[in-house]
Design a protein around this ligand. Structure first.
Ligand code: MD3
Ligand code: FE
Length: 218
């Protein structure tokens, strides 16, 4: 069963739904500035373009990625890590646009996490059929900080498991404009994204854009 946490298609904002002891779903949180956020993403990816990273196992990821902020998440044959330079350009990642930082901190605070200072903003681009297998986010040194995620464009089914890879998973839809904050006991839960269905969104065409804000340091 896939739960629709935000069953209405209408522009509702400031709807905060607890989805775990440390996780909060903020339905429609981004609707008022979705276009401005997508413009900021375009500015970043003009400087550090989307690319398909290779996993340590040698598979090319179906999701294309870029980053902004003082550190970026990368993957290659050598492993997963955060680094200050973009391996594609050899230059530092673009700075985190003020609007993105501001909205991420506001989402964290609305979910009860004050003083969130993200140093990483990972931008994921999904085309039709792109997916993300079940994984944990554990490359960050500071596991006490939450992760904030923004979803824009085409919807996707998010898969949310437990603290072990096996066992039952919940599914729910992440729509254009939704933000989710994941922290505390939910921070290390396994999660993934089902293959994105062919669809169109007025602002992104067939694409889904997901932005995650992470704090790797103290
Ligand atoms: C739950 N991205 O980039 S965002 C990722 O939609 C990632 O692109 C997905 O998983 C996406 O690592 C999901 C939601 C998310 C992000 C981090 C989490 C959920 C999380 C960390 C812990 C628990
Ligand atoms: Fe993740």
């Amino acid at each position: 069963m896939t739960t629709d946490l935000f069953a209405s298609d209408h522009a509702q904002q400031n709807l905060t739904v607890p989805i775990g002891p440390g996780a909060r779903f903020l339905g429609g949180f981004l609707l008022a500035d979705a276009a401005a956020i997508l413009d900021a993403v375009a500015d970043v990816t003009a400087r550090s373009p989307f690319r398909h990273l290779t996993t340590p196992g040698g598979q090319q990821m179906s999701v294309a990625m870029s980053n902004c902020g003082s550190l970026g998440w990368v993957s290659d044959r050598a492993g997963y890590r955060y680094q200050a330079t973009d391996p594609l350009t050899g230059k530092p990642w673009p700075p985190m646009p003020a609007l993105l930082l501001e909205r991420a901190q506001q989402a964290a605070s609305q979910a009860g996490y004050e003083h969130f200072q993200p140093d990483v903003c990972l931008i994921n681009r999904y085309t039709t059929g792109a997916r993300m297998g079940l994984h944990q986010d554990r490359d960050e040194n500071n596991l006490t900080a939450p992760i904030v995620s923004f979803s824009l464009g085409v919807s996707a089914v998010f898969i949310w498991g437990g603290l072990q890879r096996t066992g039952k998973a919940q599914r729910f839809v992440l729509k254009h404009g939704d933000a989710v904050v994941w922290g505390g006991p939910d921070r290390l839960r396994f999660h993934g994204v089902a293959p994105v269905k062919a669809d169109e969104h007025a602002l992104t065409g067939p694409l889904r854009i997901n932005i995650t804000f992470r704090q790797t340091g103290p």
